[in-house]
Each structure stands twice: as C-alpha cells, then as structure tokens.
Design a binder for this molecule. Structure first.
Ligand code: NAP
Ligand code: MG
Length: 499
C-alpha cells in the first residue's frame, strides 16, 4: 500500500472535480459553478473513460447544479482494481490506526457540516433544518461510532476468528445520500475492507464532497473509490468478479435482481430494501405526542424514507378526534424552499418520483378514497407535492400495499389489539413499525408480534449508530449500525460465510 505520506498534500476545502483544486468556493457559489465532478479512483478525481457527463439537478428549481461523470464498465474495473490493490495494506493496519482515520473523517465532516448540509439540500430537495440537524450529525456520529469499534473487533465477535471480506461493492439510494454513504462506508472500513461505492444517479454530489474529505484525512488511495452514473454502473459493480461482498440499499425490485445476480458466486450480500410501515395509535396514547409522531413518521424528508410510517392504524374510538387534530397540525406544515430555515417540507426529489406519487394518489381517488390536502401554495418551478392524508381505503388498495416514498399517509382503523397486529402484518414488507400507547405491557406484547426489523414505541424515525437497523421479509436482510451491523462486513476466517 502507498504510504499516505508519499502523496502530495491533500487539497484543502476544494471541490474542483476532475481537473482543478481551486480554493474552496463559498457554498453559495456551488450553484453558479458548472464544474465537472469526476470519478474518485485510487485517491484522485478522474474523468470517465467514455467522456460522458450528466447534470445533477436542483429538485426545488429544476436548475442544473453540476456535471457528474457517467462511469462505464472499464471505470468500474479501474475502481475495483484500485480497491483490490489497497486491500492487503488496509487490512493489515492495526485496528487503532484504522480508528484514527475514521475519527479524522468524522472530525472533518463536523468541520464542513454547514457546507455539506447546504449541498445535500440543494441536490436532494430536503429542508436545510433536516440536513443540518439530522443528516449531518448522524453522518459524523456514524464515523465516530465505528472509530470506536475498529480496535475492539475481537469484543464484537468473542471467540470467533473473523476477517474482512476484502473488496466490498456498495450501492445506495437518493433519499439520504450522505447518510447512506456513511452507513455503508464506516462499518466496512472499520472491519478492514476496501470499498467501491455507487451513489444514486440523482444525488452524487455529497458523496463526491466526502471524497475530498477522505483526501484531507489522507486515507490511503484506493481504500474508498466512488463511481457515479446510472443503474448500469451499479449492475456492473455487483456483478464484478473481483468484488467479494455486495451491500445494497434501494428498492425491493432492484434488490431481488441483485440477489439473483449474486446467487452462486460466493459473494457476501446484505440488502436494505423498501417498507410500508404500520403506525399504530391506541386510545390510551398521549394524543398530542402521537400526532407529532405521526407527522414526523410520514412527512420527514418528504416521505422519502424507507421506514416511513406510511400506514396509520387508529383505534376506532379515537379515529375522528385524532384525524381532526392531525389535519390541524398538517395545515401548519410549511412546504417550500429547502434552504429556508423555516421550511418543514422541501421538494420531491425527482420528476420521476413526483409522477409516481401523483399516480398512486390519483389511483386511490379513482377507487373512492378520500384524499385530503391542506390549502398550501406550492412553488411554481421544481417538483412539489403537498402533505396528503388518505382515508376510506380498503386493505387491497394500492396505497395500503405499495411503497409511495412520498408525503402520503394512508389511514385505516382497528378495534382490538389483535386486529391491529393482523393489519400491521398484512404487508410483504417488514422494515419498521410504531406503537403509541400508555401501556408498557402492550408495547412488549405487540412489539414481539409485529413482523418488522425496527419497532419504535412512543416515538418514530429515531436513529442512532449504536442501534441495529434493517428489515425482514421483502425489506431485506442484514443490519446496519451497532454490533449487528459489523457482522455484515466480516466473514469467518478462511473465507467461510459470515458468522
Ligand atoms: P433503486 O432504484 O433501487 O436504486 C438504488 C440504487 O441502485 C441506485 O444507486 C440505483 O442507481 C442503483 N441501481 C439501479 N438499478 C440497478 C441494478 N440493476 N443493479 C445495481 N444497482 C442498480 O432505489 P431508489 O429509487 O434509488 O431508492 C428508493 C428505494 O430505496 C425505496 O424503495 C426505499 O424504500 C429504499 N430504501 C431503503 C432503505 C433501507 O435502509 N432499507 C433506505 C433508503 C431507501 P440509479 O440512481 O441510477 O437508479
Ligand atoms: Mg439532484
């Protein structure tokens, strides 16, 4: 492995893409500068072999922000080769040295958090309050957490001889671009793997900014490589014969395709897929808190959340007053400019995602559901959809079964806790659920009977790097976070399957 000190000093605070390393532009300049953002391979930004670039758009305006490289199969080859070359050296580093790199990355992320939050909101459409107060703190926390594990892996796997897989191929979605990159990179690096990461086509900018931070941290070249572009890049990466393990977060449809592609190859695989979470509110719940929880559960990040509480199940006795209180609360949600600190809900991430949301809501309307939306003015340009509450749905209606991945809450009622469990489990997914009740015994009983990887009690959408997150059934397998999340990135020594 190249010693970090052999390299020319890493550029500070720059985002010059493939060509230049100018001094950092102010965050507001990023919009005006049409620089190209190259692929990140072997520690340097580089042009794609095919010379193809595409625009990354601001979903709130439709304006292009920057040109991003479209990788091809030869670029994926180069990236995997760089990760392979770096693998022996990275793996051989004592854990405490890997810990220092992770710690340094976490500190640099904190230093540049404001700039990264603005970029995340510009490129993704999410409100700055969320990128600043939720995403970025969690991104840094994930690196800090795994810095802590890197020299204690024998405690995570007592009595087991484990080893890193080697080269890990990681593919992530667009809804939490930098956070999903952190969830993937930090544990993989902690365990001694090298990585090729493929961000989503519409949200690559913060992952590329993170590569600058990796340079600043003087991470040895090739330990992390980032290839940008569309789904074909992801497909080439997961099929690459020199990738030892694949970690994917995205739709169930693509997850199944990847599972088929990896079958029989001996590669490790973990899948974090979609969800259709049930959010249960009992008559003894603290109703004001439950209303807040339900709002946070579905309208956080415009509902572009795999674990969103998209199916509200209300105990019949409180359904009417609860819905009235919910509507009053939703009327106060401010939809608009993602960079305005007072905005609660930003732009829908892409035109394609907006079309899918509109289609599902129109379908519900056509089938007799009642669609309620507050009277809110939406900006003219860009992709917008108001917070939406839909009642009078049957359990076979698409809004009850399909993941919308948007700000649309489907509502149903139940009378008895057993009926609530049956309805909660009436889904192919199994990622998350929420329960609002005053009774601890009921929480313990229901949490064990609802088939979901995460069950929140009297709260929702809370994340912590120490808590394992992941699904069951069509929501995938494997965990991210905590000790369980580490096992996704090691196998039994000698190349056997994961412990
Ligand atoms: P997606 O279409 O499955 O895309 C996810 C990633 O896979 C993107 O980088 C995508 O590239 C890439 N990709 C597309 N086709 C591929 C193929 N054939 N082989 C390999 N990679 C391929 O999902 P999405 O629309 O970006 O994200 C929304 C979905 O992600 C939702 O279903 C959501 O529930 C799920 N999600 C799950 C979690 C979780 O932790 N369980 C977290 C967040 C999101 P392109 O960008 O070019 O399409
Ligand atoms: Mg964008």
């Amino acid at each position: 492995m190249t010693d970090a000190t052999d390299r020319s000093p890493a550029p500070r605070l720059s985002f010059g893409g493939a060509w230049s390393y100018d001094p950092a532009p102010e965050a507001s300049d990023w919009v005006d500068r049409r620089d190209r953002r190259g692929l990140f391979i072997a520690g340097a930004f580089t042009a794609p072999a095919g010379g193809v670039w595409f625009d990354s758009l601001n979903p709130a305006t439709g304006a292009p922000l920057a040109a991003v490289a479209q990788a091809d199969a030869s670029d994926v080859d180069r990236a995997v080769a760089a990760a392979r070359a770096a693998a022996p050296g990275w793996r051989a580093l004592p854990g405490e040295h890997r810990a220092r790199y992770l710690f340094r990355i976490a500190r640099l992320l904190q230093e540049r958090a404001r700039e990264l939050a603005i970029l995340e909101s510009l490129d993704g459409g999410k409100p700055i309050r969320e990128s600043r107060d939720v995403d970025l703190p969690l991104v840094a926390a994930h690196f800090f957490h795994h810095a802590g594990w890197a020299d204690k892996l024998e405690l995570a796997f007592p009595g087991r001889a484990v080893e890193p897989y080697g080269v890990v191929g990681q593919v992530i979605p667009w809804n939490f671009p930098l956070l999903m990159a952190a969830w993937k990179l930090a544990p993989a690096l902690c365990c001694g793997n090298t990585v090729v990461l493929k961000p989503a086509e519409t949200s690559s900018l913060t992952a590329l900014a993170l590569c600058e931070i990796l340079q600043q941290a003087e991470l040895p070249p090739g330990v992390v490589n980032v290839v940008t572009g569309d789904g074909r890049v992801g497909a080439a990466l997961v099929r690459h014969p020199d990738v030892d393990k694949v970690a994917f977060t995205g739709s169930t449809e693509v997850g199944k395709e990847i599972q088929r592609a990896v079958a029989g190859t001996g590669k490790g695989l973990t899948l974090e897929l979609g969800g259709k979470a049930a959010h249960l509110v009992f008559e003894d719940a603290a109703l004001d808190s439950a209303v807040e929880g339900v709002v946070r559960g579905i309208f956080f990040n415009q509902g572009h959340v795999c674990c969103a509480g998209s199916r509200l199940l209300l105990q019949e006795s409180i359904a009417e007053p609860f819905l009235a209180a919910l509507r009053r609360r939703v009327e106060r949600i401010r939809v608009g400019d993602p960079l305005d600190k007072n905005t609660d809900m930003g732009a829908i991430h892409s035109a394609a995602q907006l079309a899918r949301i509109e289609e599902l809501v129109a379908d519900a309307r056509a089938h007799g559901a009642e669609v309620w939306q507050p009277d809110c003015a939406l900006p003219g340009d860009g992709n917008w959809f108001p917070p939406t509450v839909v009642t009078r749905l049957g359990h076979v209606d698409r809004l009850m079964r399909e993941e919308v991945f948007g700000p649309v809450l489907a509502v149903a009622t139940f009378r008895h806790p057993d009926e609530a469990v049956d309805k909660a489990n009436d889904t192919a997914y199994g990622l998350s659920a929420g329960i609002w009740t005053d009774k601890g015994s009921r929480i313990l009983d229901l949490a064990g009977r609802i088939r979901a990887g995460v069950v929140w009690n009297n709260t929702f959408n809370r994340f912590d790097p120490g808590a394992a997150f992941g699904g069951m059934r069509e929501s995938g397998f494997g965990r991210e976070g905590g000790r369980a999340g580490l096992s996704a990135y090691v196998r039994s020594a000698g190349g056997l399957a994961a412990p």
